[in-house]
Design a protein around this ligand. Structure first.
Ligand SMILES: [Zn+2]
Length: 290
């Protein structure tokens, strides 16, 4: 689940704010029994975290790669079409409904005000989001591939692999381009679109129309040029990128070329995406929850 989905989850779960947990279940080993009888004071999202605040402690849920959840209020589902599998990690039963969480990491935070510990200026969905600060943080990683930087939760809290791929396609930036090789104008566009597309993601999620509106993530044909969308696992994070090699080219600037030559580090440090190399096309993993 990516930031917009968590933002939506916090919204969907508001009927439980002010309610007391009647009983708990689930296979979590953190001692979830202590939640029984506690009253929910606040439910909020930060990046990919969903936080339940109680009087003296908070419960932090991190959905990782495969986590998902469902909730019903007065017998009616409020969470839509997320896939779910296996025994639940945590079930919170309330007088007015229940929340079920699968495959997520749950953790207690001994804090009466967990919200205060988060930097909302780094949250892609927050009112406090600071694009200028994000841009400065991105520039601190000149040698890192932009696809990796976009997934850095200290810079773009809430951006996951879907948003990363769509934003790079929308801004015509190669996922293999290193920060130093991206023009200032393009870099600004990437930062701005990370936020703009996240809000589009939220609106599409709200009407259960996200999948069919994605342009490059898990697609095979480029909607712009009609060419083949390639996919490749790469970078320090070893995450999969979907990209059009024709529309998303790496432009190595003269400056960085000279830098590379002078440093004597050879051609391996160049950011060429090896357009001719065959892309991996098999599906190695199940679909990620959006
Ligand atoms: Zn294309």
């Amino acid at each position: 689940m990516e930031g917009p989905s968590l933002h939506l989850a916090a919204e969907q779960l508001q009927p439980f704010t002010g309610r007391r947990i009647a009983s708990v279940a689930g296979n979590s080993k953190i001692g979830i029994e202590r939640l029984s009888g506690l009253k929910v004071k606040d439910i909020f999202a930060w990046g990919k975290h969903l936080v339940f605040q109680f009087d003296t402690l908070a419960l932090r849920v991190h959905f990782m790669l495969w986590g998902t959840f469902a909730a019903t209020v007065k017998g009616r589902s409020v969470t839509g079409d997320y896939r779910r599998s296996g025994p639940p990690r945590l079930v919170l039963n309330f007088p007015n409904g229940e929340i079920t969480i699968w495959a997520a990491s749950v953790k207690f935070v001994e804090d009466h005000d967990a919200r205060a510990a988060y930097d909302f200026s780094a949250d892609i969905m927050a009112d406090e989001w600071n694009g200028r600060a994000a841009l400065a943080k991105v520039r601190a990683f000149p040698r890192v591939e932009i696809a990796d930087v976009l997934l850095d939760q200290a810079i773009f809290a809430g951006v996951g692999n879907i948003i990363k791929n769509e934003v790079l396609f929308r801004t015509r930036v190669s996922p293999f381009a290193k920060v130093r090789d991206i023009s200032d104008r393009k870099l600004r566009a990437v930062v701005a679109d990370a936020r703009a597309f996240s809000f589009r993601f939220l609106e599409l999620r709200r009407i259960f129309s996200l999948r069919k509106n994605l342009e490059v993530y898990r697609r095979s044909v480029c909607p712009r040029c009609g060419g083949k969308i390639e996919r490749r696992v790469h970078g320090r994070r070893a995450r999969r990128s979907f990209f059009c090699p024709k529309c998303q080219r790496v432009r190595v600037s003269g400056f960085s070329r000279r830098q590379t030559r002078r440093s004597g580090s050879g051609t391996n440090t160049r950011t060429a995406p090896q357009h001719g190399a065959p892309a991996r096309t098999h599906r190695a993993r199940p679909r990620v929850q959006a």
